[in-house]
Design a protein around this ligand. Structure first.
Ligand SMILES: Cc1ncc(COP(=O)(O)O)c(C=O)c1O
Length: 179
C-alpha cells in the first residue's frame, strides 16, 4: 500500500484507502495503527468496513478501532446490522460533511427504501444490549478462545485467525472441491 501511495503522491486531490477491520475469510485483523499512520503521511482518507468488528472487538464492542485504541482517527467507518446486531441494514459513520455528501451521491441511499420502524427498533435494542450487557461479549470471547484451543489441539490449521471467525485451512483446492 505504501508503494502505491508513494507512486500516486501529488496526482489526486482526494485519495481513499478502504480496508476491513476483521477480515471475513481468514478472521485476521487489519494493521490499523500502521495504516492510519500511512494515510496521515500520504494525506489519504481512510474508510474502515467493520462489519465483523462492531459489537465484538474492543472492551465496549465499538469495533476494531476501539481494540487498537484508534477511535476518532478514521474518516469513515461502515458496518452491517446483520451480524452482531442480528438484524438487517448497515451504517456509515463519518463527519457531517461526508454524510451530507453520501446522502446525495450514494446510490444505495438515493435508490433504496429507508429502514422500517420495526427494523430500526430492533437495531436500537441491539445497540443497547451491546452497550449494557458486556457479559455477552465476554462469553463470546470465552467460547472463541475455547474453540481456538480445541481446534488447534485436534490438529486443524486455522491460519491467522485472531477473531471469532475461524477458517479451516485445507491448502489443497482439489481436496476442498472433492469433500
Ligand atoms: C466485510 C463485510 N462487509 C459488509 C458485509 C455486508 O453484510 P450484509 O450484506 O449482511 O449487511 C459483509 C458480509 O459478510 C462483510 O463480510
Amino acid at each position: 500500500m505504501e508503494k502505491v501511495l508513494k507512486e500516486v503522491k501529488g496526482q489526486y486531490q482526494t485519495k481513499l484507502v478502504i480496508i476491513d477491520g476483521v477480515y471475513s475469510q481468514d478472521g485476521d485483523l487489519s494493521l490499523l495503527p500502521e495504516i492510519i499512520t500511512l494515510c496521515k503521511t500520504y494525506e489519504t482518507m481512510l474508510m474502515l468496513d467493520d462489519a465483523h468488528g462492531i459489537g465484538v472487538m474492543g472492551a465496549n464492542g465499538r469495533g476494531t478501532a476501539e481494540y487498537y485504541n484508534c477511535l476518532g482517527q478514521i474518516d469513515i467507518i461502515t458496518g452491517t446490522f446483520s451480524k452482531s446486531f442480528g438484524c438487517v441494514g448497515g451504517f456509515a459513520a463519518a463527519s457531517k460533511k461526508i454524510i451530507q455528501y453520501l446522502k446525495f451521491y450514494a446510490d444505495s441511499n438515493v435508490f433504496s427504501a429507508a429502514p422500517t420502524p420495526q427494523v430500526t427498533a430492533s437495531i436500537l435494542k441491539a445497540l443497547e444490549i451491546i452497550k449494557k450487557e458486556p457479559q455477552i461479549r465476554t462469553k463470546l470471547w470465552e467460547n472463541t478462545n475455547y474453540l481456538r484451543k480445541r481446534l488447534k489441539e485436534e490438529g486443524f490449521d486455522i491460519g491467522k485467525s485472531v477473531s471469532p471467525i475461524f477458517p479451516i485451512m485445507i491448502r489443497d483446492n482439489k481436496k476442498v472441491t472433492n469433500c
